[in-house]
Design a protein around this ligand. Sequence first.
Ligand code: G3H
Ligand code: 13P
Ligand code: NA
Ligand code: ZN
Length: 325
Amino acid sequence: GLVNTREMFAKAIKGGYAIPAFNFNNMEQLQAIVQAAVETKSPVILQVSKGARNYANQTLLRYMAEGAVEFAKELGCAHPEIVLHLDHGDSFELCKSCVDMGFSSVMIDGSHLPYDENVALTKKVVEYAHKYDVTVEGELGVLAGVEDEVCAEHHTYTKPEEVVDFVTKTGCDSLAISIGTSHGAYKFKPEQCTVDPKTGRLVPPPLAFDVLDGVMKELPGFPIVLHGSSSVPQEYVEMINQYGGKLDAAIGIPEDELRKAAKSAVCKINIDSDSRLAMTAAIRKVFAEKPAEFDPRKYLGPARDEMKKLYMHKIINVLGSNDKL
Ligand code: G3H
Ligand code: 13P
Ligand code: NA
Ligand code: ZN
């Protein structure tokens, strides 16, 4: 069945790699994630956001994730390691409902709350979840942009001096931190970037690795999570624009920085937007090149293939979680 994140994270920290946490809302994304994980022999975290729950129905998603374990076995993986995780849970009730429903891991995101309220809420979720051996991710620090329906103008980096107190008081199993990543495809304004003279592409300012170092010094060996880690592949942005889309100055996190993070105590890296871009690019291409096509399998199939390629690339070339099963 589904597993929680405990052993997975312990192994990832020791091994210097990170587990991919991919969001899913539909069957094609799920198929692509499982195919990629099986082919690369990688553990994987399937994430369901509140929006995904509203879009696809929590019960359906739960059985899809359980089905994913059987699907992985059918594809030849004897012992798949698949987590079903609630992404950005915003209340005790939502987290409880996911625990009760069979999720193996939940995030309670109280990062926008005053510190003491974040501690109290996270602790309450941990106390409930641990009764069912469900692991809990907490968050300290605020990512710029829209997070959990709260919109922040600026990053508030995680304060390393708070993390020991937070983890000790709450008992959470992993901690999401803010070091300059953000959600979505527009992570940086062009005016914050420099131009790479070789490629002509925009290079964003570096992440605050000093903050990560500070956190790791305070919490040696503790699992750290990085949200907002899409790299926004420019090939997809260009493809989308070539086939009628309009994405202006979509800029993500350079994969070199993610590679560096994956080698540290960062053991869960969240990627959603890149998969959305791959799917959209592939679908737009079919629509542009074969306007007479109206069988959804003829455009969702290529979209699935493109997402699988993306997931395999992330696993093998960025996170290093391949060959770990
Ligand atoms: O946290 C953000 C994830 O990418 C999920 O996004 O809330 O649009 O499903 P969503
Ligand atoms: P991206 O928008 O960068 O893919 O981040 C996803 C995420 O953090 C989900 O929780
Ligand atoms: Na790591
Ligand atoms: Zn997130």
